[in-house]
Ligand binder design. Structure first.
Ligand code: AMP
Length: 552
């Protein structure tokens, strides 16, 4: 048998540290601007970022942190957090970003489950550290992201002994060579916030991190460039801020890190001051920013595009950004288990020749798979459904930046090598995927799917409705029927009948919800996602007043 002919190329592992080294060497003067929790604006460069990340690597080595050990972070988007990203992963340890918005018990569970050796935290999270430290006996040290005097001023009441980050790294000179690791070694760890059960960890590798960064930077993904000033509103503790802290050094972009203040005014002022061209965040954040702009009659002077994801981008938001502010919206879908990018809504040359309404319709969808991700929708019988834009099914994905299993769990989540996303979707003949529901929340009436997201979108498009959830309600004939739980805007007086009439003509008759109940508020998880499971429990015994006309 003939032996395979190997390519004769250098064997250079794909390492997270190489992203930073590239930026430091080729874009050394490019800035990283942070709004600090101290309240001021801090400016550094990729060159200095690498030097300080190396000082951190030296400091952690001196503390005895071994390769593969986890170092946690509880921090906002800022330059010290960025140094942790690269200092920790670069030395061969695992940078474990923790979501501080979770309930303290969950944060403690995550730190304990991950076996974090050290945890670096922004001083705003000192009260959280105070609560969780007794539940995390395996943590060898808590490192406050500040200097000794700051700690003296702000943390003097803390009963937990803490080290100063600045003192720690200040003892080292940064004269350090990043180790040549195996690219399959773990680099970052992020737990999913999940609406039920304990959070589960997605453990990324250096290889997946770098491949994802390449993918994220592509023109039909974020289109990141050295000429960009990028402001990730999406937190660095949530799936590595969608890969922006990796894609920015890959292309040598300026990075603007907003810290803890994510209200419309704070974001707008930072964007204008730092010439931000590109941003990324969840719809809630943009609602705040758009409201601020409208209230004060302002416009963006440099922002050209923004990625909106994490939840479905409301079509009205897309329209406002594009038509009123001339900002291109890139609707994206992904998940923690996917590093996170899966699909993005970008038009091809041929699609751009179509009528504007057709183009808009495509852009409202979650989009086309990025190279590196393959996807399929599967029906109840386990068979792949056609890409006809109509057939709903469970969405599965696979690829080099999709997890194979969860951290420290033996059971494999995969089905025939594909990861089940828990989302329900269609794929159209253009290859554009559209999320129609989560499989947990889906409403099945007479054996046919009803999209609760579509119904929620219609409910919130009513001018009197502030927020709405659509849940499945038990029905003697159809098994399940949709129920709308609506929160009205202050002072609004819409009736059940008026709200139901709002659905007329917008969906098939049998999709029209059977009932509406009004609530003061809806339950959300710590990350702001609707807790449908709780809501379903709450309205488990709700009796529907009508028997819906279901033609099936
Ligand atoms: P997470 O892992 O917390 O980022 O959550 C991932 C989940 O958020 C996905 O499985 C989807 O259910 C939801 N999601 C993310 N992006 C979108 C989007 N653009 N439209 C609808 N749902 C989304």
């Amino acid at each position: 048998m003939m032996s395979p002919l190997h390519g004769q190329m250098m064997e250079v592992p794909l390492l997270a540290s190489s992203l930073l080294s590239h930026a430091s060497r080729h874009f050394g003067d490019t800035e990283i601007v942070s709004r600090r929790i101290e309240g001021d604006i801090h400016r550094t460069t990729w060159r200095d970022c690498e030097r300080r990340a190396k000082q951190l690597a030296q400091a952690l080595t001196a503390l005895g942190v071994a390769q593969g050990e986890r170092v946690g972070t509880l921090a906002w988007n800022g330059y010290r957090h960025l140094e942790c990203y690269y200092g920790v992963s670069g030395m061969g340890a695992v940078c474990h970003t923790i979501n501080p918005r979770l309930f303290p018990d969950q944060v403690a569970f995550i730190i304990d489950h991950a076996d974090d050796a050290y945890v670096c935290f922004d001083m705003t999270f000192a009260p959280l550290v105070e609560i969780i430290a007794p539940q995390c006996p395996k943590v060898k040290g808590w490192i406050a992201l500040g200097d000794a005097s700051c700690i003296e001023t702000h943390l003097s009441d803390l009963s937990v002994p803490v080290m100063s980050y600045e003192t720690l790294i200040g003892a080292h000179d940064g004269d350090y060579d990043w180790p040549m690791l195996d690219e399959r070694q773990a680099s970052f760890l992020c737990y999913t916030s999940g609406t039920t059960g304990n959070p589960k960890g997605a453990l990324y590798s250096h290889r997946s991190t770098v491949l994802h960064a390449y993918g994220a930077a592509l023109p039909d993904a974020m289109g990141a460039s050295a000429s960009d000033s990028i402001l990730p509103v999406v937190p660095m503790f949530h799936v590595n801020a969608w890969g922006i802290p990796h894609a920015a050094p890959l292309v040598g972009a300026k990075l603007v890190l907003p810290g803890k203040d994510l209200d419309g005014q704070s974001l707008y002022e930072l964007m204008e001051a730092e010439g931000v061209t590109y941003s990324a965040g969840v719809p809630t954040v943009w609602m705040g920013l758009l409201a601020y702009l409208k209230q004060h009659g302002l416009r963006f002077s440099t922002l050209t595009r923004t990625v909106i994801g994490g939840s479905a981008c409301p079509p009205a938001m897309l329209r406002i950004f594009e038509e009123e502010y001339g900002v291109q919206v890139i609707h994206a879908w992904g998940m923690t288990e996917m590093s996170p990018l899966g699909t993005l809504s970008r038009l091809s040359y041929r699609q751009k020749q179509r009528p504007p309404e057709e183009q808009r319709h495509l852009l409202e969808k979650q989009g086309r798979a990025l190279f590196g991700v393959d996807m399929k929708v599967v029906g109840d019988d386990g068979r792949e459904l056609p890409w006809d834009g109509k057939s709903f099914g469970d969405l599965y994905v696979r690829g080099p930046w999709v997890i194979d299993r969860y951290f420290r769990r033996d059971d494999s989540p995969l089905v025939d090598g594909w990861f089940p996303t828990g989302d329900v979707a269609t794929i159209d003949p253009d290859g554009f995927m559209q999320i129609t529901d989560r499989s947990k929340d889906v409403i099945k009436s007479g054996g046919e799917w009803i999209s609760s997201i579509d119904l929620e979108n219609i409910a919130v498009s009513h001018p009197q409705v502030a927020e709405a959830a659509c849940i499945a309600c038990a029905h003697p004939k159809w098994t399940e029927r949709p129920l709308i739980v609506a929160v009205l805007k202050p002072g609004a007086t819409v009736t059940r009948e008026e709200l139901l009439a709002h659905f007329d003509g917008k969906v098939a008759k049998w999709w029209i919800p059977d009932d509406v109940v009004f609530a003061e508020e809806l339950p959300h998880t710590a990350t702001g996602k609707l807790q449908k499971v709780r809501l379903r429990d709450q309205y488990r015994d709700h009796v529907l007043p009508t028997v819906a006309e279901n033609p099936i």
